[in-house]
Design a protein around this ligand. Sequence first.
Ligand SMILES: [Zn+2]
Length: 348
Amino acid sequence: MLKKFLTCFSLLIVLILSATAYAKPAELTGINAYELDKETVRIEISYRGGRLDDSDISSELSLDDLRIEINNALPGRVSRVSGMQIQPAAKNFIDKILVNETKKEFTSIQIQFNPIMESGGSTINLEPANRAEKKDAQIIIDVKKNAAQDNWNQYNGDEKIIVLDPGHGGSDAGAIGPTGVTEKSVSLAVSLKTQKLLADSGYQVVMTRTTDVDVAAPGVSDATELQARVNKAPPNAALFISVHCNAFSNGKANGMETYHAPTAVKGARLARLLNEELERLGGLNNRGVKAARFYVMTHSQCPASLIELGFITNPREEKLLASDEYQQKLAQAITNAVNRYFNQGGFD
Ligand SMILES: [Zn+2]
């Protein structure tokens, strides 16, 4: 009898232990939203730690949002926006994603659709972890556009407008390198390459100039020329980025740096992201992120930054700045920074 009792008792313990092990909550590790096709946006919610099945997940779809409740899950790093990526094209569908632990080990995810968008339905699937591909388990949500709503594909009012300002031009060559490479040609080449990459990423790009010209007119004052550049930005421009090369009497001066206006919080963030991406290129000494009262930054209505790509007066850097390959890398770095500006730390 006693033995039987012990057997039962240990069985009970095993049951309690396995129930506890099974109840270990899942922890969200990331949310990625992208356009699957012209009619579908896919939202991938990655998690690890615990196991989820269909009964843990419920969803409620309305015209302008989708709420997903996940039992037995913690927001993890996704509670901070660092774990979230909304690709630019997906912003035609999605305005915001909010993640909250609304009850203990119960996570609520609210996907707010773009105000213009009407949802036509959604499906939710669970994908197990893939060790070989180092992928966490995922909750995959496909949101369909409402077939009756035909203005969705044409809608691009949510495309962010980026203003690129290639420094100098026309009568003003800017600084000139030891072999004659001009700042105005480097700033234009890098800006044109950036324009293409940003457009490919879904941004609208406004250039202050696309050829070798003065933006105002030859011979005008600096303020008039620079104000003409600021004026090229539409009122709803999201960012203004001015591209320059540095110069110094001593050819040994070297490195890149980025600038923002002294009290500009968003401008400082833009300058920091640009600086990080330029540093990641690994080519040049990093002179840091600096505050200055450059005209285009203090007069822009939107967050603004000025980049000094490198010293055109330094023989090694002049050669780099003139090379098509390095210009392409610079353009990619600027594009990466813009993407990070909008995909990390908020959706402003
Ligand atoms: Zn310059």
